[in-house]
Design a protein around this ligand. Structure first.
Ligand SMILES: NC(=O)c1ccc[n+]([C@@H]2O[C@H](COP(=O)([O-])OP(=O)(O)OC[C@H]3O[C@@H](n4cnc5c(N)ncnc54)[C@H](OP(=O)(O)O)[C@@H]3O)[C@@H](O)[C@H]2O)c1
Length: 239
């Protein structure tokens, strides 16, 4: 894939991996819509917008909100009229849902995780379809997690998050086929365990290294990519 001035939409761009995607894409000359809940409050994005005039647009998105998704897509339509790459990165892991016991499961955590990690990416992708269909060698990446891998489960850990990411993988795989019919490649990606607010300070990977790997994988997706589940080094992950 040529990497010159392609048009990217990144969700959850205020911090963590999303912000690092924005940094690296701007660094190589691409054009970016950085979508986040409170655009005015991300100083890092404001600074990047100043450093890359015309290449970065910071727009509001609450990925759980249908109207917000539709407004964002309308803005991207007005800006570019097409979209080359959608990176569904926004995600949530409720802190006190990491190691619950049976009897402590919290339905609100499940609802929030499902709305944010599963339905948000799925319906944003659906809303973006007309733009992606007009994109060049278009692709969709869903930032998932091996915590959503059913094959890897050996204890009760992060249940709301894990269920939502397993469902995301399924959603991504299901819609990959109609996307593929329109020439749009798609993939679910595990970024590794990364030092961000979500990953925590003990994580072995830096955001720069994870995102550099993820972009390599997205850049080199084959034409027949249909929602496979890969890690940031392109290695297939068990469902
Ligand atoms: N870090 C890891 O080790 C790791 C491992 C596996 C998978 N992942 C996945 O990687 C992705 C990025 O994670 P991260 O580590 O960068 O997490 P993070 O530092 O906690 O950042 C999460 C991002 O998602 C945004 N977000 C949350 N809910 C949202 C909503 N309703 N609408 C729009 N944006 C929303 C946050 O925005 P606000 O600033 O507004 O809260 C923030 O920008 C997630 O999908 C996560 O599940 C991370």
């Amino acid at each position: 894939m040529t990497t010159s001035a392609r048009r990217y939409l990144i969700t959850g761009a205020s911090r963590g991996l999303g912000l690092e995607f924005v940094r690296q894409l701007l660094g190589r000359g691409d054009r970016v819509v950085a979508a986040c809940r409170k655009p005015g409050e991300s100083l890092a994005l404001t600074r990047l917008a100043g450093e890359h005039p015309g290449h970065l647009h910071v727009l509001p998105l609450d990925v759980t909100n249908a109207r917000s998704r539709a407004e964002l897509i309308k803005e991207v339509q007005a800006l570019w009229g097409a979209l080359d790459v959608l990176i569904n990165n926004a995600g949530v892991l409720a802190e006190n849902d990491r190691t619950p016991h049976l009897g402590q499961l919290d339905a609100d955590h499940f609802r929030q995780a499902f709305e944010t990690n599963t339905l948000g990416p799925l319906f944003l992708c659906e809303a973006a379809l007309p733009l992606l269909a007009k994109g060049e060698s278009a692709r969709v990446a869903y930032i998932s997690s091996t915590l959503g891998s059913i094959a890897g489960v050996s204890r009760l850990y992060t249940p709301s998050y894990s269920v939502s990411k397993a469902a995301l993988n399924m959603a991504a795989r299901l819609v990959a086929f109609p996307l593929g019919e329109q020439g749009i490649r798609s993939v679910s990606l595990h970024p590794g365990w990364v030092q961000t607010d979500m990953g925590g300070p003990g994580a072995p990977l830096q955001a720069q290294d994870s995102v550099a790997g993820l972009l390599q994988v997205i850049d080199h997706l084959p034409a027949d990519a249909r929602g496979e589940f890969l890690d940031y080094q392109g290695k297939p992950q068990p469902w």
